[in-house]
Design a protein around this ligand. Sequence first.
Ligand code: C2E
Ligand code: CA
Ligand code: CA
Length: 466
Amino acid sequence: EERSLLGGLAGEISLALEHIAKDEMLRYLALYDPLTGLANRTQLAARVKTALREAKSHDKRVAVVVGDVTHFRFVNETFGRDAGDELLRTIAQRLASVWPDPADLARLTADHFAGVYAEAGDPTQIALFLRERLAPAVEAPFTRDGREIGIAFKAGVAVHPEDGLNAEALIKNAEAALSRAKATGERALFYRPEMTARIAETLLLENRLRRALGKDQFVLHYQPKVDTVTRGVKGVEALLRWVDDEGRMVPPAQFIGLLESSGMILDVGAWVIRRAVRDREAWRSLGLAPPRVAVNVSSIQLQQPDFVRDFLAAADDTGGGEVGIDIEITESLLMRDVEASIAKLAALRERGIGIAIDDFGTGYSSLAYLSRLPVTSLKIDRSFIATLGPSPESRTLVATIVSLAHSMRLPVTAEGVETEEQARLLRTLGCDEIQGYLVSRPQPAEALVALLAGDAAPRPPGKRPE
Ligand code: C2E
Ligand code: CA
Ligand code: CA
């Protein structure tokens, strides 16, 4: 009796299990491609939606990439469907081996693959990822029956929000971009031609920048900071320039961002420090008292765990002597990871390195926060100086910054001073140092010699403004 009961039970359980398995299978088939195990179009759309929601809160861009491989048809027809299936599975594995999150990959149609790329800060990063990581992984030859078949990957990209606001639009437009890429023979195209063009230009520039350090194409120009009253030189700021292959002097605004996004700023930043140290030595060997040199430090540098060690190494600090180099950091950069920044800056302070907050007034520093930072001076942003004459608001703001700084015993530098009128007002407002075209434009190290020797004092001390 028991045996037959158990037998019946077993039958029912196995029926139920079969049912569950079928149910799960159906659910699986509704969302995944059984051949490759990747998501299908429905599931991809869901992943795009999730990525769009998350991107909103993380300030990231979301891109949809649709790609296919050449020769799929050829493999299918020459070696049979099995070989075609094997090729598709191989491609799926290769894609999954480099994609940030393999769950974001899908197979859309026979030989169209797609992926959500949600890691990008800007579209250039996506182009770089496709070129440097994805293409090399996917394009390894495919071997069948002892024959090697070359594989080329083509891609179309649609970026949120420019190329579509929702999942369906992004997928559709990435497919449209892929068709265009195939028609024109390009390896990767963005949905909007302007974006492709802009990215190509950026990548070209980045390539040339990559070689700039080796070709010794960077130079430092120096701009003095002078005492507002005596006009005596208190220090100089090192400003980076790039002399490109055509001999053009490229201003930093056009390439600092690229150095930062590519990580090259670490090497170039170290070069800036070494160069500044060497230029100081050159001035010293001419019998001049070398001024302190302030270098601009980017957030990428400050965020490095070894920032302090690297900085001191580049400044060739042997532990005993005076470093002679100061740094300038914009206030917005300090806001990220405040505690770590404070510790690093404090370590530099201990070595006698001055720390100026650059572009002060443009960020959102709270007073409480500012008082915790181990800074040694504030630099008032150029935009407030430019409007100093006509705008009473600017005057109030500058006066406030000066009294705030002085209450914390910090000297204040005004940058971008172009007229005697501005210099006069700054003097009245109690600003300690000025810097700007009125005193001197940034100039090469050799040109600074005259100024340091006092032959070409920027303005005779004590000269009354008219
Ligand atoms: P910044 O640190 O605020 O530098 C001041 C900028 O104002 C410089 O532009 C300088 O040439 C310009 N300037 C100085 N006086 C005047 C003036 O009287 N009128 C006007 N209109 N402009 C004046 P520059 O050299 O083009 O540098 C731009 C920015 O690039 C710098 O802003 C700094 O943020 C960045 N930068 C420059 N060199 C480096 C570097 O070595 N490393 C890093 N990370 N950033 C750098
Ligand atoms: Ca600066
Ligand atoms: Ca500035």
